[in-house]
Each structure stands twice: as structure tokens, then as C-alpha cells.
Design a protein around this ligand. Sequence first.
Ligand code: ADP
Length: 362
Amino acid sequence: MEILDKIIEILEGIKEPKTGQSITLLKMIRDLKVENENIYLNIYLPSSDYPFKSELYSAIHDLLNKEFPLHKVHAHFVNKSAFSEAPNLLLPQIKNFIAIASGKGGVGKSTCSVNLAIALQKLGLTVGLLDCDLYGPSLPTMLGIQSLRPKVQNIQSQNKLVPIEVHGIPSLSLGNIIEPEQAVVLRGPRLAAIIKQFFQDALWPDLDYLVIDLPPGTGDVQLTLVQTIPLTGAVIVTTPQQVAVIDAIKASNMFLMDQIAVPVLGVVENMSWFQPSDMPDKKYYLFGEGGGERLAELTESSFFGKIPIIEKIRERADSGKVFEVNSDEIYGKIYLEIAERIHKKVTLRNMMMMPTKKVEQA
Ligand code: ADP
């Protein structure tokens, strides 16, 4: 793993000259493989007459050779557009769709979605938030935007929703569109139509990440989602106890099914221990220990980290002040470290695995 970490770091630091963006973020590096003393990778060019071909080749070759003098670097060009990838025709301006999932409700999935989106933004990435937890949309509360309604813009005689921007993060939630009481009565086809609208009829800007808060468990929303966009990967949130982990395995298995084939990137363990604010050195393991790591092992994914139960996290989330938690030195760091691990895993996923394909409707 160590060598891969170093390779990511080196490649991430190389900027595509025209856009100034990292070549890894632009998904120009694919098919990465390290075998014995060989590093294989393909460089996907945006066009056949791409002017910075040799410049990029030298940068990649030289930097990798310098870091790994005992390895042989095999870098080849692939003349296939890295920018207009076929599987994501609907929203090509969004580079990564990350679903935040859980086995059951109340484990802190929405709180994690919002805080991780903010933390990813702190890493210098452009991030949007989509609340697909249609039965209990809590994103507007956490962002403190319950009273706002998304604007509607008419483009080529079609009405489009403009995501509501909070601290530079565009967001959409059913909670900003209808009253919460109305949401609970939504069923199958209506749900599917709303999910589709969030993608097809919304004006999302260029984003490195769209963080998608899913409803707990497996159901219509999850299915519609994978039929609408190619999910880059899923992050599973669980609490440490056995019962939560059992449900979380079911949620993970849905993504891993052959027909769906969305990679489970890893696991975040929330509510790992209780940490009283007046005794920050004390840790009470209210829900047991080790569930998150076990889930990561069982799903052969990464363990991204643990978040303790902290009064301030709940207080700030419930009163629309999540940004405050993230600027707190201690709590903010917890989310930032997890976001760093997620970003690294996504970068690696994009370099080593094929892009996800949208699931075709039967
Ligand atoms: P879910 O989306 O899984 O249903 P939520 O994110 O809505 O769960 O969280 C449920 C409740 O737990 C909320 O009141 C939230 O503020 C609180 N909560 C979540 N994570 C933590 C944490 N680490 N510490 C304290 N409270 C938390």
C-alpha cells in the first residue's frame, strides 16, 4: 500500500497545463498496476492532437523514476477522451458521485455526509451535496437553510432547479421543496421521478465531488440512483455494535451485486465512543468496539476512521451550524482526516478500476 500512496501523491501533484487541475482528478491516469519492480499506467489524452503530450509524459516519467529508482515505469498513451467519458453523459461536469449509505437510520449518516462534504471542500476540492434521504431530509436543518427554496431557471423552455449554495457548497434536498410531512407519503414512481429530477433537471456546477446522502437500507431510492448516474463509489456509515454492522453488510451487498457493481470504498464508524466535553480524556464505549473495522474487512474495503459521540456535533448539526464543527480544531480534524482518506481512495479507485456503468433499467 505504501508504494501506491506515494504514487498517488506524485501523480496528484502533476497539473494538466490547460486546466491547471490535477491529472488524477481529471481521470487522465488509468489502469495503474504495480507488479514486482514494474509500474504500469496509461495516460488518457483528451484528444489526439493534445499539445501537452510530451510535457506530461516527461513529468510523469521523471518524477516516478526519481522516487522509485529500482522500478521500471511503463507509461503509455491512450487516445481516448478522458473528459467526455461515455458513462456519465448526463452530468459530465461532476467528476465523482459518492453515495453515503447505512444499514439503518440514526447512525449519523446525514451528519457524516454534511461534515465530510465540508471537509472535502477544505481539501481544496469543489463539492456539492444532494439529500436523497427523501423520507427524512435533514440536510436543510443541518445547513440552516430550512426556509430557503431553490430558484427555478427557465432554460430552453425547461424549468431547472438551481441548487442552494451554502459556504460555496451547492445543495439540493426535498426538504427545501416540500414540507417534511408531505415527504413521508411519497411512494415508488413518485420517488423515482424526484431522484431523476435532482440530476436531470438541476443546474449543478462543475464539481469534483457530489456527496449523496442516501436513505438507510436498500430500496427504491438506491435503485433509481444507480439507474440514473454512474456512482463512483459508496461509503458506509455504521455504529460499532454488531446489530448495526449486520444491517450495514446488507446495504453494502446491494452495491456489490453483479448487476449494480458500485465499489464500496470504505467504512466510517460513527458514535464510536462517548467523549464528555468536561472530561475530553475519557472514552466510554457505549456501543461496543470494532464494528467498523469488521465491516471494512467483510466488504474488503478501507476503514476510513472513527468519530466519537460529541455533544457539540449533535448540537451544531441540529441547529444549522455544521460549519462551526468543521472549523473546530479537534472535531474538524476528525472529519478532515477521514475526508483525506476518502479522497485518496477515490483517486486510487479511478486509477485502478474501470468507471462504474449506469445500471440499465430492465
Ligand atoms: P441518520 O442520517 O443516520 O439517520 P443523523 O445524521 O440524522 O442520522 O443523526 C442522528 C442524530 O445523531 C442527529 O441528532 C445527529 O445530530 C446526531 N449525531 C450524529 N453523529 C453524531 C456524533 N458523532 N456525535 C453526537 N451526535 C451525533
